[in-house]
Design a protein around this ligand. Sequence first.
Ligand code: HEM
Length: 148
Amino acid sequence: MDIIVDLLLAILHHFLVFTLAGLLAAEFALVRPGLSGASLDLLGRIDRAYGGVAMAIIVVGICRVLFGVRGWEFYVANHAFWGKMVAFVIVGALSSRPTMRIIAWRRSGTGVVPEGEIGAVRSWIKGEIFFLALVLVFAAAMARGVGS
Ligand code: HEM
C-alpha cells in the first residue's frame, strides 16, 4: 500500500512539474515585442495556471515528504533537499515580477504592452528557467541520497 501511495504521488509530481515547465516555456514564447490583444489575455491565463500548478507542486511535494516510502527524516537531513527548496523558493520569488507586470498590462485597458518593458520581463523569466533547472539537479541528487 505504501509503495502505491509513493508511486501515485511520484506520478502526480512529475505530471505537475512537466506542466509547470511547459507553462513557463509558453510564457517565454509569448513575452516578446508586439505582445497585445488575444496573446496578452492568453498570457494572463497561462500565468494564473502557472501559479496554480506551483501551489499544487508544493502540496504534492509535501505529501511526498510526509507519505513517501523514505520517510520525512531522510529529507530534512539531506542537503540536496534543502538546496532544492531554496532553488524552488527563488523561482517563486523571480516569478512575482512577471506576474505583477502581466496584471498591470492587462489592467491598463489598452491591450498593448510597452515595448520597453518586454526585455526586463524576459530576463526575469530566464532567471526562473535557470533556477528551475537547478531544482531538477537537486531533485536528482536527493533522490539518490547525495547530500545525506
Ligand atoms: C518546480 C519544483 C519541483 C521540481 C521541478 C521537482 C522535480 C522533481 C523530480 C524530477 C523528482 C524525481 C527525482 C528522481 O527520481 O530522479 C522529484 C522528486 C521529489 N520531490 Fe520534487 N520537484 C519540485 C518541487 C518539490 C517540492 C516543493 C517538494 C517538497 C516540498 C518536493 C519533494 C520531492 C520529493 C520528496 C521527491 C522524491 C525524492 C525521492 O525519490 O526520494 N519537490 N522532484
